[in-house]
Design a protein around this ligand. Structure first.
Ligand code: ADP
Length: 580
């Protein structure tokens, strides 16, 4: 026996010494070693075998019809899990398609890694005209938090480790990893190769706030008469849900969630000031920003939204350079949100008083008034449906299923749904985000369905849906529980514009009238519904959710409903001639 054993050991050692591996295997090994189990992408030269191998090695490869949507899926997976979502593309055009999603991820602080195959350095650098030649690394740099290229297979472990750390540490963002075709085919000794891999330890280290910064913030809070907490999607990302809720409740301070922070506390929470948004932004004297930036979504912290009296801001953020980006911040608290909010909560000592009823009562009064007004609007039943009556139907169904993921984009469809659809659980609402972009719909829906394994309802304007509509095939191919509702009012904003010349071409904002988007999903084996009343919409949505099947509901909306640019009319310069 002993002899046999030693022979086996010898043989194994000999075999190991002669065994080789290659770049393809090492990339997959490096990702798997770091608990990454899914790749979103689109195959082609030179990464087809990488996708095949990922699947063969037990990873999930979700193949898309366009790289931008694969990238968006990866980005939202990153937001949901705090692990970088991976998007894999071919070179040049495929890379550029993915780059839009990478830039969007960086802008939104979502961790993702765009991995693209590229052509040979020697030819690219001399610009000799290779197949899909492009200097991808340099193209990616301005739009990524970090960008790396790996030239030697023994550096793949380091490259993947650096990409993971860059994506998730500090302020999360998009990272580009460039893998030239030659690298993937490089072979090296299997034992040495395994030793070159790195399992990243503590990829996003906690960052404790300085005690004096916490004290300064508490002092500002103590001076407040009309304090307000603003929760942003950074707070949702941080997964410090219990700590944030405890801080809000213990302080008694009213709060406003930004759209992707909705559900961090249920929207029905009595301290939610959402229904009195304009009032609290105008009237608050101290505002505590938690994972929210004072960008255009908050009118840059100044102007008529915020009133004439200067506010004092406390800002909790992981990024020190965010502070003072738009207005002066009286008390920056720099660190991870979990640690910062815990420290602030501990600082709510005997000297802190909850806001008085003068403030909370005024908010409640405003809220009740606005809610009653909204209820009256929502109760109307115009024919054809308008945004409100359709959203009422959806709201009533979703109220019964707080676990459902909601994706939302469009102009009017986004603006109305954001305020009408209540959220009850954190990280369940995914929308146009920091750029306010269209085109995230099906990518986010697929990413959310794959990542959570749960039902997704995507509430889409007809224009917004058009950007990613072909991914319905992807949804059907992977049999994902995604119900897409297209708010079809025949055009961008609305469908009533006319060509002033009387020419054959329709107006720039107009689509095919009476289009049946439900037929699109039927082409791929999904279930289509056409809904012309709130009752039909409710029935179709309930059926879709019960089936868990790929479904599309064409919700027919009055083509005259909808305003130009939704609520962003102020950002839309109009020519004097057009105003006439
Ligand atoms: P919203 O659009 O919802 O207002 P933003 O995307 O503007 O939110 O802001 C998110 C902020 O959260 C960013 O400034 C980012 O640096 C910060 N952030 C993200 N993750 C964390 C974290 N774990 N801890 C602290 N701050 C974070």
């Amino acid at each position: 026996m002993a002899e046999a054993d030693s022979t086996t050991v010898e043989e194994t050692l000999k075999q190991q010494a002669t065994e080789t591996t290659d770049g393809f295997h090492l990339v997959i090994d490096a990702l798997k070693l770091n608990d990454i189990d899914t790749i979103f992408g689109l195959v082609g030269i030179p990464i087809t075998d990488l996708a095949r191998l990922a699947q063969a090695e037990g990873m999930r490869f979700i193949g898309f019809r366009h790289e931008q949507h694969a990238g968006n899926a990866a980005a939202i997976a990153g937001f949901m899990t705090q692990k970088p979502g991976i998007c894999l593309t071919v070179s040049a055009p495929g890379f550029l398609n993915g780059l839009t999603a990478l830039a969007n991820a960086t802008t939104n602080c979502f961790p993702m890694i765009l991995i693209s195959g590229s052509s040979e350095r020697e030819i690219v650098d001399l610009q000799q005209g290779d197949y899909e030649e492009m200097d991808q690394l340099n193209a990616a740099k301005p739009y990524a938090k970090a960008a790396y290229r790996v030239l030697h297979a023994e550096d793949i472990g380091v490259g993947v480790a650096r990409a993971i750390r860059a994506a998730v540490s500090g302020r999360p963002g998009g990272v580009y990893l460039d893998l030239p075709a030659k690298l993937l085919a490089q072979t090296l000794d299997a034992v040495k190769a395994q030793q070159s891999l790195i399992k990243v330890v503590d990829a996003a280290p906690r960052q404790l706030p300085a005690p004096d910064s916490v004290k300064r913030a508490i002092d500002v809070l103590k001076s407040a008469k009309r304090p307000l907490i603003l929760l942003g999607k950074g707070a949702a990302y941080a997964q410090a849900d219990a700590e944030i809720r405890a801080f809000v409740e213990q302080s008694g301070i009213p709060y406003l969630p930004m759209s992707m922070a909705k559900g961090l506390l249920p929207d029905t929470h009595e301290q939610s000031a959402s229904a009195a948004r304009s009032f609290v932004l105008l009237e608050a004297d101290v505002v505590v920003l938690i994972g929210a930036r004072l960008n255009w979504l908050l009118s840059h912290g100044k102007g008529k939204t915020w009133g004439a009296e200067p506010k004092k801001f406390v800002q909790v953020d992981i990024s020190p350079t965010e502070i003072d980006s738009n207005v002066a911040i009286a008390a920056p608290v720099i660190g991870d949100i979990g640690s910062c909010v815990a420290a602030l909560r501990a600082g709510l000592d005997a000297g802190f008083r909850k806001p008085g009823t003068e403030w909370t009562g005024a908010i409640a009064e405003r809220k009740n008034k606005n809610l009653a007004k909204m209820a009256a609007t929502l109760d109307k039943n115009p024919s054809p449906m308008n945004f409100h009556s359709a959203l009422r139907a959806i709201r009533d169904v979703l109220k019964t299923r707080p676990d459902i993921n909601v994706v939302n984009e469009g102009a009017n469809t986004l603006d109305y749904a954001r305020s009408i659809i209540d959220m009850y659980e954190p990280r369940k609402r995914f929308d146009s985000g920091t750029w306010g972009i269209m085109g995230i719909g099906m990518g986010f829906a697929i990413g959310a369905a794959v990542t959570s394994g749960k039902q997704v309802v995507a509430i889409e304007g007809d224009s917004a849906f058009g950007f990613s509509g072909m991914e319905l095939e992807t949804i059907c191919r992977y049999d994902l529980p995604v119900c897409t509702i297209v708010f079809n009012n025949n055009g961008v904003y609305r469908g009533t514009d006319v060509n002033p010349t009387g020419g054959k071409d329709v107006a720039p904002t107009v689509f095919v009238k009476g289009a049946r988007y439900d037929k699109m999903i039927e082409a791929f084996g999904g279930i289509g519904h056409n809904a012309t009343t709130p009752e039909e919409l409710t029935k179709a949505l309930l059926e879709a959710i019960a089936s868990g099947k790929p479904t599309l509901i064409n919700a027919v909306i009055d083509e005259a409903a909808g305003t130009e640019s939704g609520r962003l009319t102020n950002l839309n310069p109009q020519s004097a001639a057009m105003k006439k």
